[in-house]
Write a protein that binds this ligand. Structure first.
Ligand code: MOS
Length: 739
């Protein structure tokens, strides 16, 4: 049996558990005496609670308590500005802290009852009187108040280079345009939920929906002043999160608060409408000024971004780093300003800043290419950059050209007729569009532990998460390959604060970060096995180094002499060891920092637009990805296809509609907040181009969580222009915009 596990299209190791219901999500941990908490949300966007009357709710039999800012216990720490691991600069929102209302649908009370039904009913009986103040939720109306934050929680916008204004003035061909996209909300299948289990000995077990248990631990211990040893956080399965679970949300706090006050286990699960009451992709308006010479050389680029944030935190994301990574140009300049509104702080959402920044950049570049009379793909090739101009660094690898070539061929780009409205299919206008994108291949510090027992079973653990991306599976593959074990002999454990530290699962860095630690810890076990084997008299491995040996099928042998293999079991029995154990941490190397490390993508899209009705069908997507080494082509393809589907949503459907009279997002359910359904999704073809990268990390893998989405929406926008001759600069492109 071959033990080459990396690169195999392996089925998910947790697949069976997931489809049989064996896999438990946060809200599914049933414990005896579980009480149910239901959140009451504010009806106004700004002001104060004058009076909160809980008597009617309390009169319902089976209601244990209605907790409000008036009757909650005091926790000294709560008065300080505690931070979670993902908090942007500012003062984090503290649920039930006082009577001030900072945003619409702010939690104002938690009703805890014997059953969910009772709690839900009693929650409708809580009466809140407000002293309302005028709120500001109108982004456009407040753009004049935009400011440069003291500190960006994302990359600080790159310093300008060259002389962009002068180069723009002199350019032969110019495009000066403004793009906008709306606020979007995360809609994972699993709603945010927490079960907090209080025990007599003062210990607290918390099952939370989170993209990294360490963050809930930090949030809970710092807000309630609890010692870390007393709190155990678990999150073995997450039903999608997309960034919504990077920060612990208010239901975590409220479940713990109620558990501590009532001294019993409490579950709080948010409803779908409540999923619209925290965190979202911030809307932005982006001004682009582009100048080129007649022959299509990009001479100047200026990008000015306005993005929303809350009044209490300065959230920002990487909207302005893309031009310097994707186009060679001697004159570039950027600004990124925030507009503070009476709403909850925005939150990372798949490819934060990339999805939006690349949408606007790639649309603007398409406009320029048309003005120049150039094929948009040829324009991109002509202005290709081999350097990250933001930081003046070479790329660790960049097979974007291969993406263009292989994608164009598969799509048939050559057959494209140049003029808009020149291709049709009966009553449908047909359009072809292209866009490219990038996403950073980060690595962070992480730890992993390995235990190998005499039965040849290996258990690896790290407190990372699997938000549906396939972490369980790829970590199992990496460990199995490193120690030459069959997959079924390897178990990977995650989502538990008793395991070695790992950072949040976000930013497409888990394979790189945790995978590197897993590989390293398995190599350590391999080394231990070798040393142990060498202690035996007449060992054929006597003078061997690690590089001289191979691990295959649970056995160790010299590379030069495969006949004399010795099994792990024998080695451990002869060495009188019950088990071998190692724990390591790994971190990015100094060498890596000398390079810009990014994954790249290209999307080719075909749309068919009904000429009379404006209905858009995304009939074909070919997307080519340069993501380094692909650990599992099957889960990788799923990632990219899911991202492409979301790209359709970004371009055509998703939009959180703020009613400025109420200061509330009004379409807070999946009936009115549209995401793509099967009928919206047609052919999606995913290509992974060959990309060798020995710098990015020990695995050569770049991470695929986010690269799949960034180029899809602009390719659709560009295809719609090619089909209709209409340039839509405000997303989403609903059909009324085409009529
Ligand atoms: Mo992702 S938006 O970094 O969870």
């Amino acid at each position: 049996m071959s033990t080459n596990q990396i690169g195999k299209p392996t089925n998910r190791v947790d697949g069976r558990a997931k489809v049989t219901g064996e896999a438990k999500y946060a809200a599914e941990f049933h414990v005896p005496d579980l009480a149910h908490g239901v959140v009451v949300n504010s009806a106004i966007a700004k002001g104060k609670i004058k009076k909160i009357d809980t008597s009617k709710a309390m009169a319902v039999e089976g209601v244990f308590k209605v907790i409000t800012h008036e009757n909650r216990k005091d926790y000294a720490c709560y008065d300080k500005d505690f931070k979670d691991m993902d908090a942007p600069p500012g003062s984090p929102f503290r649920p039930l802290y006082n009577g001030n209302i900072l945003f619409n649908m702010q939690p104002v009370a938690l009703v805890v009852a014997e059953t969910l039904e009772l709690a839900r009913y009693a929650a409708t009986l809580v009466e809140v009187a407000y002293e309302e103040e005028a709120h500001e939720t109108d982004f456009e109306a407040n753009r004049g108040e935009a400011y440069v934050p003291e500190k960006y929680n994302s990359t600080t916008p790159p310093k300008p280079w060259g002389n962009p204004e002068e180069a723009l003035a002199k350019a032969d061909v110019k495009v000066e345009v403004e793009y906008a996209h709306p606020t979007e909300h995360h809609n994972p299948m699993e709603m945010h939920a927490t079960v907090a289990v209080w025990e007599e000995n003062g210990k607290l077990t918390v099952y939370d929906k989170i993209q990294g248990v360490e963050n809930t631990l930090q949030y809970i211990t710092s807000s309630f002043g609890l010692p870390k040893e007393k709190v155990h956080v678990l999150s073995p399965f997450v039903g999608g999160a997309f960034g919504s679970g990077l920060r612990p949300q208010y239901q975590s706090f409220l479940a713990v608060l109620a558990a501590l006050e009532l001294k019993r286990p409490v579950r709080v699960m948010l409803t779908r409408p409540q999923m619209f009451s925290f965190g979202h992709r911030p809307r932005t308006t982006q001004r682009f000024a582009l100048g080129a010479s007649k022959d299509g050389k990009l001479e100047a680029l200026i990008q000015d971004v306005f993005a929303e944030t809350s009044t209490f935190e300065d959230y920002s994301e990487d909207v302005v780093i893309w031009p310097g990574l994707l186009y060679k140009c001697d004159n570039m300049k950027f600004s990124h300003k925030l507009v503070a509104l009476d709403e909850y702080t925005p939150l990372d959402m798949r490819a934060p800043g990339g999805t939006t920044g690349i949408f606007a950049l790639e649309s603007a570049v398409d406009e320029l290419a048309y003005k120049l009379g150039m094929d948009p793909l040829v324009f991109r090739l002509k202005n290709y950059t081999d350097k990250d101009q933001n930081n003046d660094l070479p790329f660790s690898s960049k097979e974007l050209r291969a993406c263009y070539i292989q994608g164009a061929e598969k799509f048939g780009w050559e057959q494209r007729s140049k003029e808009p409205r020149s291709m049709r299919n009966g009553h449908q206008l047909v359009g072809w569009g292209v866009a490219h994108g990038a996403w950073e291949a980060q690595q962070a510090k992480a730890s992993a532990k390995a235990v190998l027992t005499t039965d040849g079973k290996l258990t690896i653990s790290s407190a990372t998460a699997d938000i549906g991306t396939g972490t369980y599976t790829v970590m199992t593959q990496i460990a199995a390959e490193t120690l030459g074990l069959p997959l079924e002999d390897v178990t990977f454990k995650l989502g538990d604060t008793s395991l070695p530290f790992a950072p949040l699962e976000g930013g497409s860095k888990t394979v790189s970060t945790v995978g590197s630690a897993v590989k390293k810890v398995c190599e350590k076990i391999g080394e231990k096995l070798l040393r142990l084997a060498q202690q035996q008299a007449n060992s054929p491995l006597k003078d061997a180094e690690l590089k001289d040996v191979t691990f295959t099928d649970g056995r160790l042998h010299l590379k030069s002499d495969t006949a004399k293999a010795v099994s792990f079991k024998e080695i451990m029995q002869l060495g009188q060891r019950e088990q071998l154990e190692e724990e390591v941490s790994s971190k990015p190397s100094e060498e890596q920092k000398k390079f810009a490390r990014f994954a790249h993508s290209v999307a080719f899209v075909e749309v068919k637009v009904d000429e009379d009705l404006g209905a858009i069908q995304v009939s074909r997507i070919v997307t080519a990805i340069a993501g380094g080494r692909i650990i599992n082509p099957k889960t990788a393809k799923s990632q990219i296809m899911g991202a492409a589907v979301w790209g359709i949503g970004v371009a055509l459907e998703e939009e959180s509609v703020m009613d400025n009279n109420y200061g509330r997002f009004m379409n807070h359910d999946l009936e009115k907040y549209h995401v793509p359904v099967n009928a919206d999704v047609h052919d999606i073809d995913v290509i992974f181009v060959e990309e060798q990268d020995t710098i990015v990390n020990a695995l050569g893998a770049k991470g695929l969580g986010e690269i799949g989405i960034v180029s899809i929406a602009p390719a659709i926008v560009n295809a719609v222009f090619h089909a209709t001759g209409k340039r839509i600069r405000h997303l989403p492109i609903k059909l009324d915009k085409l009529l």
